[in-house]
Design a protein around this ligand. Sequence first.
Ligand SMILES: O=P(O)(O)OC[C@H]1O[C@H](OP(=O)(O)OP(=O)(O)O)[C@H](O)[C@@H]1O
Ligand SMILES: O=c1cc[nH]c(=O)[nH]1
Ligand SMILES: [Mg+2]
Length: 215
Amino acid sequence: MTTANLHPRLTVVGHPLVQHKLTLLRQRETSTGEFRRLAREISLLMAYEVTRDLPLETRRIETPLEPMDSPILSGKKLCFVSILRAGDGILEGMLDLVPSARVGHIGLYRDPTTLAPVEYYLKLPEDVRSRLAVVVDPMLATGHSAAAAVERVKQAGAEQISFACLLAAPEGLSIMAEAHPEVPVFTCAVDRCLDDHAYIRPGLGDAGDRLYGTK
Ligand SMILES: O=P(O)(O)OC[C@H]1O[C@H](OP(=O)(O)OP(=O)(O)O)[C@H](O)[C@@H]1O
Ligand SMILES: O=c1cc[nH]c(=O)[nH]1
Ligand SMILES: [Mg+2]
């Protein structure tokens, strides 16, 4: 099956630096500090892809030598929405590239038995509706957390929404295609499948635990 069959608006970020860093990130022996650093670097590179279509306008400026009309980002710009807690490992890198972006947080965890997302926190910027909202989480596994987070952002009035993750399972992409087919999804890789505990295989393990050293 090709990736286009899994999701109509899927981008796999194939840049060699991203792919190299993703391999290091996946490795069992990668330390917590190194994992956090790699996730941040990959996210910065992903932010470059995610923002590729931001609209530009022209501003009259003066260089030291003469005036010119030069391109500049137009209107209200970006809001990153992190799905706590592992989303914060992506947020840092995206903010490195776009330091002025607004930030929202959605606290979600997967119920270990039902795997349904349980919401425990929500705070979005008031003007999220006039920004491109980029929902971030390293893992798109069953897809239920991402689908629920995007739904929340839609309820807040946002009309332009993207989702960015490090790894996606085919199952999660199908759920996103069903629930939010118009929302572009960016990932660094589409892995083989989910296992019996809904972990992505081959995957990278538990992203939150690896980012924060909690296991
Ligand atoms: O696609 P899904 O099947 O919904 O799974 C993906 C979710 O699972 C992980 O979070 P987790 O529940 O482990 O919470 P954490 O970030 O607090 O560790 C991950 O960061 C996603 O949010
Ligand atoms: O593989 C997975 C699936 C869900 N959450 C993770 O952190 N890893
Ligand atoms: Mg986790």
